[in-house]
Unconditional design. Structure first.
Lengths: 276, 254
């Protein structure tokens, strides 16, 4: 976060109304108003302050996989309302329509600068990429397939945590995915975990922190408990930059912070090194 | 008040030698662990202890463990593996501690690491949820060959208050949230998340702690007996398969 910020327009309330829907985006960090085309060119990072905007799963896959190399798995797999929970069914339907996805994670085989790997990408737009049975199942299958095909796994995480609407079944996905990684690890295959904004709760407390190598995008929020819960429980002020990628790096909890524009090269280099 | 972990350790086990510390940072009083003996069988026992009086509650952090607790738990499990001792875990926590230090010392990883390593632990594991099975903090010692749950315990992805605060925008709806999440023993049994319900005295475990302890002990001993002689590779396959099956989803083309 820069100390000196480029002056931007004030009175953001009015500006939003003037912005044609979808063509202009306002940077949530510095307030810069950026044209969609420029944002796209910069892999959806702010040219002013380097804020990394959230990507859809498709945008992430397009940015990582060699063109035409992504082979999606289990595309039709989706959640059901196992507990009869309030309006969960309608909610899933709504997010399916809004995102064009069947679930909050997209999984498949890919090549990345020639190196093949299993890729799982969470899409925060789909119910906060919370982990329910379907997310857990898709990730578990992807890991199991990678184990049997002797390939590496790359998971790009972003998640609000467990999917409460599925109660205990969502909690158990933590054990299921971590178990699949246990077998993948036993087969001496690499798992690279990429943390993006935000990665929290049950996803952080399962596969996301189990990477042989853990990368994070700059500025992203990473944590187990939410900051509000911590504040309410401890009655303490949270330290500056608490639960950011930089904080995690400083405390030795992740290997490196990687700019989005470098992520593809970095992943390819690591995969090439670990699985030559 | 319901009996707590150390109450059951005292009443169900003939012997308990407490061990301390994660060998890195500290000793977590919210997660006692040690060498024990139950019905003559040597084992280790590990669990969450909430503490009874105010001072004890504070010392035990109300049963909310920090990363050190989960790491001590795994250290003791590894020792159990080394000496061929089965593991008994006793779950009773509102959740892992949401604190600044806990985050700094990677509470998420401490739990995740246990989930992964318990799946590979080459010794039998029986877990019993005796009161509160709060979220990842409970599961962090809950990857077991047999998961038992006392009749009036709960086991949930989030506390009813937390769920109500998020989905109803008001903690007052905790009762509704609890019902909606189906976190009681019968529902968990139906969802095949637990293996057995441990009955309690008619008016609950607190009404007759001695009888409650007898019932819990019987269930632990019987389940241990069932699995201690299973070849370890087969046991590990079954353990994996059990958790692998959990979850409900649909994959028909729509
Ligand atoms: Zn910016």
């Amino acid at each position: 976060m820069a100390i000196f910020k480029k002056p931007t327009f004030r009175g953001s309330g009015d500006k939003k109304r003037d912005m044609p829907e979808g063509l202009w985006q306002k940077c949530p960090d510095c307030g810069e108003v950026i044209h969609e085309l420029e944002l796209k060119k910069n892999l959806r990072t702010c040219s002013n302050c380097n804020h990394h905007f959230t990507l859809s799963a498709q945008e992430r896959i397009d940015g990582l996989a060699d063109p035409g190399s992504f082979e999606e798995l289990d595309r039709t797999l989706t959640s059901i309302d196992a507990l009869g929970f309030k309006t969960y069914t309608e909610k899933i339907e709504k997010y399916r329509k809004a995102t064009g996805l069947n679930e909050a994670v997209v999984t498949g085989r890919m090549r990345i600068i020639g190196h093949s790997a299993m890729l799982c990408v969470m899409d925060f737009r789909f119910l906060g990429a919370s982990m329910g049975s379907a997310v857990g199942e898709k990730i578990t299958r992807a890991i199991e397939t990678a184990t049997s095909e002797k390939s590496a796994v790359v998971i790009v995480s972003a998640s609000g945590g467990a999917r409460m609407h599925e109660g205990i079944l969502s909690l158990m996905q933590m054990a299921k995915t971590s178990g699949a990684l246990a077998l993948h690890g036993q087969a001496k295959l690499p798992f690279i975990s990429v943390l993006t904004h935000p990665t929290t709760g049950g996803v952080t407390a399962s596969f996301a922190t189990l990477g042989d190598i853990i990368l994070a995008e700059p500025g992203c929020m990473i944590g187990f408990a939410g900051p509000r819960v911590i504040k309410e429980t401890t009655h303490q002020e949270l330290p500056e930059g608490f639960q950011t990628a930089e904080f995690m790096h400083e405390h030795g909890l992740i290997d490196m912070i990687v700019e989005r524009r470098d992520l593809r090269d970095r992943l390819a280099a690591l995969l090439g090194y670990l699985l030559p | 008040m319901r009996p707590m972990m150390l109450d059951y350790v005292a009443s169900c086990f003939e012997e308990f030698i407490e061990l301390h510390g994660d060998r890195h940072i500290g000793d977590d009083a919210a997660m006692p662990a040690g060498l024990a003996r139950i019905a003559g069988q040597r084992c280790v026992v590990i669990g969450h202890e909430k503490g009874r009086e105010t001072r004890e509650k504070l010392r035990r952090n109300f049963g909310s463990a920090n990363p050190e607790g989960y790491r001590k738990a795994l250290r003791v499990m590894r020792m159990a593996e080394k000496f061929g001792l089965p593991v008994v875990t006793i779950i009773d926590t509102p959740g892992a501690y949401p604190g600044i230090g806990a985050e700094e010392r990677n509470i998420a990883e401490a739990i995740a690491f246990n989930l992964r390593e318990m799946m590979l632990l080459r010794t039998p594991v029986v877990a019993a949820v005796i009161g509160e099975g709060g979220s990842g903090g409970a599961l962090g010692i809950g990857v077991a060959d047999r998961v038992l749950m006392m009749e009036n315990a709960y086991y949930s992805v989030i506390s009813p208050e937390g769920c109500a605060a998020i989905l109803w925008k008001d903690r007052k709806h905790a009762q509704e949230a609890a019902e909606a999440m189906k976190l009681d023993a019968n529902n968990l049994n139906r969802l095949e998340v637990i293996d057995e319900i441990v009955p309690e005295p008619k008016n609950g475990a607190h009404s007759d702690p001695a009888v409650a302890a007898d019932l819990l002990k019987a269930a632990i001993v019987r389940n241990l007996k069932d699995i201690v002689n299973v070849p370890i590779d087969e046991l590990l396959e079954r353990r994996y398969a059990k958790f692998r099956r959990m979850g409900q989803f649909d994959e028909t083309e729509s």
